[in-house]
Write a protein that binds this ligand. Sequence first.
Ligand code: ADP
Ligand code: MG
Length: 314
Amino acid sequence: MSRKKRIVIALGGNALGNTLPEQMAAVKITAKAIVDLIEEGCEVVVTHGNGPQVGMVNNAMIALTHEDAAQPNTPLSVCVAMSQAYIGYDLQNALREELLNRNITNIPVATMITQVRVDAQDPAFLTPSKPIGKFLTKEQADELSQKYDYVMKEDSGRGYRRVVASPKPMEIIEIGTIRTMVESGDLVIACGGGGIPVTLNGNHLKGASAVIDKDFASCLLAKELDADFLIILTAVEKVAIYYGQPNEQWLDDITVLEARQYMKEGHFAPGSMMPKMQAAVDFAASKEGRQSLITLLEKARDGILEKTGTRIHM
Ligand code: ADP
Ligand code: MG
């Protein structure tokens, strides 16, 4: 019997929503899209982003320090860990229910709290770029940067936000356990929010003040699991060149070389489509037969059946 197609699915912001009730509702739709792929005979591993959720946890933990002087500030790595557990809980609950609704009773669902090693010398630490948490006044921003050494930046006239470093993922610490679970047929949620960023300090893994891009962490996971497909589910059905312009052109099937050319020409916005294309190209170029797909959450099944989405291959 030929091996099942192994797919790593990266879920974007629209798969989870921005608030607790939004997430509770969104994961039901997300679970349907994922179980669709399992019904198509695929072996699925799930990863996800955590932008709004890690900001939420970070704000809540800052509020705690205001209420109780005995509470020290919570490191960002701990906030990422909390967001993984919270999102994993909602996702694994919804996935379990959707599987049972379709009479699939032999696939256990579990979330792996995942640490991802980053390089302490990564230049990204010198130029924090990823905004998290809510908008603040100049006074509030100054207070936080004095008190906790946070880097605060004005965000396009809307107020100040904390910005954090987004270093490249180097190694998934729990990869052995993730692989064992996947090999035994479990539906695993891993590398949530890009993984908990840690740096190596002898035998100690030290939490880093950073948020790893989930698209890059998903690419690394897909390579490590020798997946056939990396599917990035987001808020657009296809990737475009000349996006939002009169000569906009939606892409169906492109080679790694074509994708690299489009990236060079600047068709993809940094911070949104660019990291997805980089991750998609990196995975598709890493081994013969590997493919990446970028499409809309609700179109996952059509995407895998090659009816829609943007496919990137060698
Ligand atoms: P996610 O939360 O899934 O990571 P992002 O908002 O970061 O989603 O990225 C997806 C968004 O990228 C799309 O909704 C779209 O507005 C934007 N985008 C930027 N450039 C392009 C492009 N060339 N083609 C398609 N979408 C693009
Ligand atoms: Mg994004």
